[in-house]
Design a protein around this ligand. Structure first.
Ligand code: FAD
Length: 406
């Protein structure tokens, strides 16, 4: 007989794993399907991303029990400095002026993946299909039939609610007939750790230029996470640079605010596209995380937004379960899509607007930008608003972000 689950999650990446952990004690029967085999070591080797987590996300990860596995790898962001090459003005934000110890924290993406995997190990109520790949879907009125490919052969399961957390190229999205809007930004981001001569001690830099943003994020052991965007046609040349030449290029792009940059770590490269689903829901199906929207990393919003998707959905599903309702009910899915609209639209507009404004060479924008940075720097109210949004408190926060399990 085909096993029928209340919820089947396709994709056990950062966002799908977070949702699975949130649902462990929900009373719902939950299956998590992940195509990649579990790794004994520390996650994908080629991924050197460091994620800036908003304060709402670090609190939510504490609530989920994930933070205890991650705290040792996290570095608090106490101050933020935003500037643009060749223009006057800079925006400076200080957590203490907001009455906080930190805006959030930087964590290596790999360490977050490991911490989620460790917590997931303890979630014994979640049925894991790993490695298993979604092949096909057959929607029905009460449930959706899901065919999976596993190393032991193809198998069939069914879900009252199917959750697509399967990333930018989501198969759930395609099989559910949900279209996307796509923008190729023509940028490739190079990511690696470096050793700045002047320790950042809680200071995160974001520096814009016509060729795209460069960021330097504080990391443990006096290191810093460098994020360097390059026009995609030049990416192969930059990838071919040896460490010394790459450092010289990074130094020229970032400047000397942190002194000389040295001792670069392994480099990874990420082509940047914006992929936005036309709808978050289809019958008995919902999309979350990068499957729902993949955005430019410039504002450090992608995982933060995806986590808010996951936790808003967890809250709705737990309330529905307590009321004895159907987890795939059309009314629940519509209410979920409605609840996510403001945060999603606002974050998409923020990150896209930031790319266009901050990286555009248009000369007319130059004085406006410089003025904008000075104004934001001078007016505490405006700076606070930007900081609050950056901390992930856009729209109504989930219970998890306030430190409470629903
Ligand atoms: C350079 C860079 C820097 C970034 N910096 C930040 C930052 O500072 N702050 C921030 O918040 N965000 C940041 N992001 C964005 C963040 O990394 C993503 O938003 C986040 O990782 C998305 O997670 P996800 O789980 O939705 O998708 P993914 O991580 O893509 O996970 C999808 C999962 O689904 C699985 N899967 C796919 N297809 C199938 C299938 N058919 N069957 C079964 N499983 C399947 C995959 O194996 C994968 O594990 C950055 C991104 C980049 C590229």
């Amino acid at each position: 007989m085909t096993p029928v689950f209340d919820v089947v999650l396709i994709g056990g990446g950062l966002v799908g794993s977070s949702l699975a952990i949130a649902l462990n004690h929900s009373g719902l029967s939950v299956a998590l399907v992940e195509a990649a085999a579990p790794r004994a070591s520390d996650g994908p080797r080629e991924d050197e991303r460091n994620l800036a987590l908003a304060r709402a996300s670090t609190t939510a990860l504490q609530t989920l029990g994930v933070w205890s596995h991650l705290a040792a790898s996290a570095t608090p962001i106490e101050r933020i400095h935003v500037s643009r090459t060749g223009e006057f003005g800079a925006l400076r934000l200080d957590a203490r002026q907001e009455g906080l110890d930190a805006f959030g924290a930087v964590v290596p993406a790999r360490a977050l993946g490991v911490a989620l995997a460790q917590e997931l190990e303890q979630c014994t109520r979640i049925r894991r299909y790993t490695p298993a790949e979604l092949l096909d879907l057959r929607p029905g009125s009460d449930s959706t039939q899901i065919s999976l490919r596993t190393p032991d052969g193809d198998t069939l399961i069914a879900a009252r609610l199917l959750v697509g957390a399967d990333g930018t190229a989501s198969r759930v999205r395609a099989l559910s007939g949900i279209g996307v809007d796509e923008i190729d930004y023509g940028q490739t981001l190079f990511v690696c750790s470096v050793y700045p001569q002047r320790p950042l001690t809680g200071l995160a830099y974001e520096r814009f230029s016509d060729t795209g943003p460069v960021a330097l994020l504080p990391l443990a052991e006096r290191r810093a996470g460098l994020v360097l965007s390059v026009a995609t046609p030049d990416a192969a040349d930059v990838a071919a640079l040896d460490d010394e030449a790459f450092l010289a290029y990074a130094q020229q792009r970032f400047g000397w605010r942190a002194g000389r940059l040295s001792r670069p770590g392994r480099r990874s490269a990420h082509a940047i596209r914006r992929v936005v689903a036309h709808s978050l829901v289809a019958p008995r199906c919902v999309l979350i995380g990068n499957a729902a929207q993949t955005i430019h990393p410039i504002g450090a919003q992608g995982f933060n937004l995806g986590l808010r998707d996951a936790l808003t959905l967890a809250q709705s599903l737990i309330a529905q379960q307590r009321a004895g309702g159907d987890p795939g009910a059309a009314a629940l899915l519509q209410a979920y899509a409605h609840a996510r609209r403001e945060d999603r639209d606002g974050t998409l507009a923020f990150s896209d607007g930031l790319v266009r404004l901050a990286c555009s060479p248009a000369p007319l924008l130059k004085p406006l930008r410089s003025l904008g940075l000075l104004l934001l720097d001078g007016l505490p109210g405006l700076g606070s608003l930007v900081a609050r949004r950056g901390m992930g408190f856009r729209g109504r926060p989930t219970a998890y972000a306030l430190g409470v399990r629903p």
